[in-house]
Design a protein around this ligand. Sequence first.
Ligand code: NAI
Length: 332
Amino acid sequence: MKITFFSTQPYDKISFNECNKDFGFELEYYETHLGPHIVNLVEDTDAVCVFVNDKVNAEVIKVLASKGVKTIALRCAGFNNVDIAAAKENNIAVCRVPAYSPEAVAEHAVAMILTLDRKTHKAYNRVREQNFSLNGLLGFNLHQKTIGVIGTGNIGKAFCKIMLGFGCRILAFDVIANKDMEALGVEFLPLLDVLKQSDVISLHCPLTEQTHHIINDETLAVMKKGVMLINTSRGGLIDTKAVIHALKSRRIGYLGIDVYEQEEKLFFRDLSENIIEDDTIQRLMSFPNVLVTAHQAFFTEEALSQIAEITLTNIQQLCEQKILTNKAAQLA
Ligand code: NAI
């Protein structure tokens, strides 16, 4: 059985080749994204394995079906880039890795908060140039600050637990309040109340029609002046133009993003010798209080090996019995 991988990086090959010793699939790797431009080249494969920026729309799915592909396996949790209805119509199974290491993403969100707050990125460079001055490095205590969490699924829960350890008050918004989190002291409130009261806001909900641009001019207007906003979920949760405006008006005091609306043209590549055409990300990166990382929140050793193990198990089970033991992994 053959699996064709798209958007493959060297580290993907290492983790999947290692894990595949227990499965024995034939693995074929492509660096390019999957999308309408390349899908016609897919041949003689049973499954395609895709990542966050592959474009698996109805057009692509139709071609995959005509080529005999039976499974689309996402090696990530979010699935906003796959047209699930089109996959069902074309009889293609879709699976994902619903939870591989929620702590990896939650810990990265915390790393972003601490970096923006205590400015360790600036201190690192300063000290190397023998500048031992503290001017401009003033931070604030996280202890007793109010943290707003939007989405308390696997990652949001892991994030809440860490922030409770810092002695923070946690306010959360989710379509379903989580009893375990309430028992730990997390207060569930309507979205606008969470946004109004929080010193730091961290987004952990999926990108859907309801959450697209959940951070926009109106929701930014209710936030505290100088709020810290962290997004490790999906770029489309934030209206980037509105956020730039809020940075200029000082409404947002700190912004940490691991994801970006137009990231598929930039992230996971070395563009250091290129001219970047995207003026919006260039504007974002010009602010001294903005930290951008290139979709690396998931990127830990533990997460990579779990992603490989769960993805190959999903494909094997779909191929053998059409049904997954990990129910949340099956999307179609
Ligand atoms: P999950 O499915 O366990 O939790 C998502 C939570 O969001 C659920 O509790 C759900 O009820 C809630 N939710 C759904 N719609 C909502 C809405 N309209 N408003 C508020 N809450 C809503 O997902 P998990 O594993 O916690 O991941 C969350 C997101 O993190 C993923 O969808 C993905 O986009 C992103 N992610 C980012 C990674 C990175 O490397 N930066 C890696 C892994 C995931």
